[in-house]
Design a protein around this ligand. Structure first.
Ligand SMILES: N[C@@H](CCC(=O)N[C@@H](CS)C(=O)NCC(=O)O)C(=O)O
Length: 282
């Protein structure tokens, strides 16, 4: 088995390096993350949005250190170490899975004064509807992103088929976005936006690695889908300008380097292996 993934650039860079440095002191709430990982970025954006005091701890999840596996037997980042209150934060218990971590943080850090508005609507129906679209992102858009990124000439599907599957997932999502503001819910930035933001920030990699690029039409070139792509551009611009998104991004060159293994379909990451075998993502 290739060990190529263990040679990843070891640190955050750019704005993420600044944000990580400002959260490097010991704290009972610890996010174990990898700078390159979009699932980590979801948790990181949530911590930032809610101004939650924490420690960020950079690890390479491909190395599977025993202390890391003891916290998360799945061996994946993000992993969150949560203080056990009775011990005054001396001991921690683990949480993993990005969606679970984000919902936990939103639920527990809920002082509107300190943490701002909740990232999910109060109304039970609206909250449930958000979860449908969080599920759509996780089960349709994200898997299609990797299928498209890992396309090579050896695949039983064409690059164009992979691109269309990915774009169809996006279009279905955009049709559900509110028309009353730039974000999924309109004016309010929410968990739904957070769930997709990290992959939005990585779309430029298709222009670097895949012939024909990501395939989202330029303004005025969207044909019968022009209105959908206009709404997408509004969403994408607002999300990409969000402080919490910008502050959790490393330098572009680092992503280009890290995603080469995906673009060439040589990475042995769990996500890539599942994509290669047509299985559900870990
Ligand atoms: N379902 C998990 C996926 C997390 C995940 O796949 N993280 C990757 C990094 S982007 C990882 O830790 N990979 C280690 C490996 O593949 O061995 C989540 O949402 O948190």
């Amino acid at each position: 088995m290739s060990t190529i993934d263990t040679s990843l650039h070891p640190h955050t860079s750019g704005r993420a390096a600044k944000f990580a440095a400002s959260h490097s002191s010991p704290h009972p709430l610890i996010l174990y993350g990898g700078w390159f990982c979009p699932f980590v970025q979801r948790s990181w954006i949530t911590l930032h949005e809610k101004r939650i005091a924490h420690q960020y701890f950079e690890i390479n999840p491909y190395k599977k250190e025993p202390q890391f596996l003891a916290l998360n037997p799945r061996g994946l980042v993000p992993t969150l170490a949560v203080p056990v209150e009775k011990t005054g934060g001396q001991h921690q218990k683990p949480l993993y899975e990005s969606v679970v971590i984000c919902e936990y943080l939103d639920e527990v850090y809920n002082s509107s004064e300190t943490n701002g508005p909740s990232l999910l609507p109060r109304d039970a129906y609206e909250r449930a509807r958000c979860r449908i679209w969080i599920d759509h992102i996780g089960s349709k858009i994200v898997p299609a992103f990797y299928k498209f990124m890992q396309h090579t000439d050896k695949k039983p599907y064409t690059l164009d088929e992979a691109r269309q599957e990915f774009l169809n997932g996006i279009k279905t999502f955009v049709k559900e976005c509110s028309s009353s503001g730039p974000f999924f819910l309109g004016q309010q930035f929410s968990m739904v936006d957070i769930m997709l933001a990290p992959w939005l920030c990585r779309l430029f990699l298709f222009d670097v690695y895949k012939e024909g690029g990501v395939g989202i039409p330029e303004e005025g070139q969207g044909g019968e889908d022009e209105a959908i792509w206009t709404r997408w551009r509004t969403w994408a611009k607002a999300v990409q300008e969000r402080e919490s998104v910008l502050d959790t991004l490393s330098d572009r060159e680092q992503y280009i380097d890290a995603y080469k293994r995906y673009a060439e379909d040589t990475t042995q990451s769990e996500v890539a292996k599942a994509t290669r075998e047509g299985k559900r993502l870990p």
